[in-house]
Design a protein around this ligand. Sequence first.
Ligand SMILES: Cc1cc2nc3c(=O)[nH]c(=O)nc-3n(C[C@H](O)[C@H](O)[C@H](O)COP(=O)(O)OP(=O)(O)OC[C@H]3O[C@@H](n4cnc5c(N)ncnc54)[C@H](O)[C@@H]3O)c2cc1C
Ligand code: SF4
Length: 475
Amino acid sequence: MRQNKAYLTIKKMAPKKRDAKQRISDFNPTYYIFNKDEAQNQSLRCLKCPIDLLKGMSSEFNFCKTGCPLENKIPIWIEEVKRGNIKEAFKCSNETSPFPEILGMVCPQDILCQGACTIAKTEMGSVTIGAIEVYLNEQAFKMGLMPDYGQKKEKIGKKVAIIGSGPAGMSCATFLLRAGIGVDMFEKSDRPGGLLTYGIPNFKIQKNVILRRFNWMQEAGLNLHLDTDINSSKQIKDMLDKYDAIFIGLGAPKSKNANLKNEDAHGVYHVMDILRHAQKRVFQDFYESILENKNVVIIGGGDSAMDAVRTSIRMRAKSVRCVYRRDEKSMPGSRKEVVNAKEEGALFEFNASPKEVIVDQQYRVKGLLCQKTKLVDSDNSIRKKLIVLEDSDFSLECDIIILALGFDNYVFPWYDTAEINTGKWGEIIVDKDKRTSNKRVFAGGDSVRGADLAVTAAADGKKAAFSIINDFIKN
Ligand SMILES: Cc1cc2nc3c(=O)[nH]c(=O)nc-3n(C[C@H](O)[C@H](O)[C@H](O)COP(=O)(O)OP(=O)(O)OC[C@H]3O[C@@H](n4cnc5c(N)ncnc54)[C@H](O)[C@@H]3O)c2cc1C
Ligand code: SF4
């Protein structure tokens, strides 16, 4: 086989970005979608590794599909894009992925498919898989192509209840609908999509893209019950009576605290309060901004901290500063989000450990007291040890503090009624088929894994759907 050497001559190209000054004036997307020439040109860089031959071989053989939790057949749809066959590329892409145009936008590709790409380790860099995935799907929609939601499939007379409409629930619903199974979805929020809608900001994923998928699913028979909080044993008992199976995709909704003195002062928020508020403004549910003209400090160094930083800038805060305990290199989130935040005017305070919220007489935030930190080599860990330096207190003036420190699971009292077991962190315990200790109840996404990723939630929802379908075939 002659090897494709195009990757040596065609430079890796990421999608173009809007100018930072323009970006911060609205919540519109940061990145442009590839045009046809860009997508075809970047597709030429793919080596077309023989993925199915390599499957099961030694783990030295990393390639894109092993890095994708959905095992998308990446080289096949890239080849079709190269040839200009959008219809075939779209069919292949949607066969394994429940919403490829969304995941192509939000996946941290550098640690997933692109990180595993054969040419990622060369100085030329990986194929830009996510951007090609978005292009081919959006192009297909423009051509009038529709994803398969079992529109032509005969119904098999079974019904499944899905609790939670995030990526785990959306994915499970997709594969069940395709198999001709009736789906009722229950969501406590006023809009569907989970964190895709109310967590990840519009400048990273546009909300009409998520609602478009729900419209298609509803047209294909999904019964979506919004503003429906499943919080009682009675509701769960009724569901167990009425449905052939249940899928739980409730997420990990409990925001972590920093355990600082005065942390409950007026003006301290959890990251989700701010992101939800901002998104509701974008939906025009109301117009006031709680951050306008305020000095805002965000505590945390991950992706949700960067989302809060970039959101605060767009909500016209006077100043926006991110406080992180370690150095810039140790930040756990995506590098490109830190670069985007800096371009947009965010300030950073590295090696700073928050100690106390400074308050005024009305118990309102006036500032944040911090201590300097240092990283030192540790004998028993690859991660450096953090030391707080004595007599290094300093304060940052601010009116608002946002805690972006991660999320924990929440154990719903009705789990007992449903006879499902949980682990030490409150996560639902499932087997390899995503089945809980109740054989008719399945679960996936953050409610099982703890806070993770949209694509792993989608992979869990898909696996659970296939397990449910198998059960129905057997019985
Ligand atoms: C700020 C932020 C940014 C992120 N950015 C990214 C990113 O860029 N890329 C990425 O891959 N991942 C990102 N993530 C993580 C990703 O969004 C989650 O891992 C993913 O959404 C989990 O999906 P899920 O379906 O398990 O849960 P969720 O998306 O949390 O959905 C759970 C749904 O269940 C509903 N629900 C909860 N309780 C009940 C109840 N009792 N009754 C009815 N409904 C209920 C909730 O309202 C929610 O709609 C981000 C997360 C956050 C917080
Ligand atoms: S779903 Fe995510 S990991 Fe899989 S191919 Fe798409 S961008 Fe890569």
